[in-house]
Design a protein around this ligand. Sequence first.
Ligand code: FES
Length: 199
Amino acid sequence: MSNECKVDCGRRRLVVSTAAVGGVGAVAALVPFVSSMLPSERAKAAGAPVEADISKLEPGQMMTVEWRGKPVWVIKRTPEQLESLKKTDSLVADPNSDRKAYPTPAYAKNEWRSIKPEIFVAVGICSHLGCSPSDKFQQGPQASLPDDWQGGFLCPCHGSTFDMAGRVFKNKPAPDNLEVPPHMYLSDAKILVGDDKKA
Ligand code: FES
């Protein structure tokens, strides 16, 4: 270490640690704000169900709503994407969603893992270590994916891949399919995520 650095770098360290303390102070200042959230916001954070308006969702598009602090994807699958599930059936680790770590609700325990075939609802968190996978709906060869890719999701953290029904492919680090959260239709255009009991 040069003499100049001994002096300057020490000073820089001091500035950095002061800034870090300032950061903690800033976070502490936010707490009163959080505790004064509206009751509905507090209820949402605690896990109250959330509504998703899917009226504008076009085939091939996805939207994300937040439930219990987690991203929940709603995807309107195209006929081609639904067809791809037949091709991936023999390539995925748990084709019928029999594993119990994230039990698939009975109404989604079918070949599409959904209530209506075209609308897929899943928690967008990898069952390995909790990263959020990226959508890779385009079929065919591309970076980090096999040449016969049928569309699905890629977790950038350790390379787990999932098909268009969130089923994890064989021999990947993720032990389970993407979780299908409890959900129900309030109307053709509205889904309630987080509750499947109120009719
Ligand atoms: S967190 Fe997704 S593969 Fe590790």
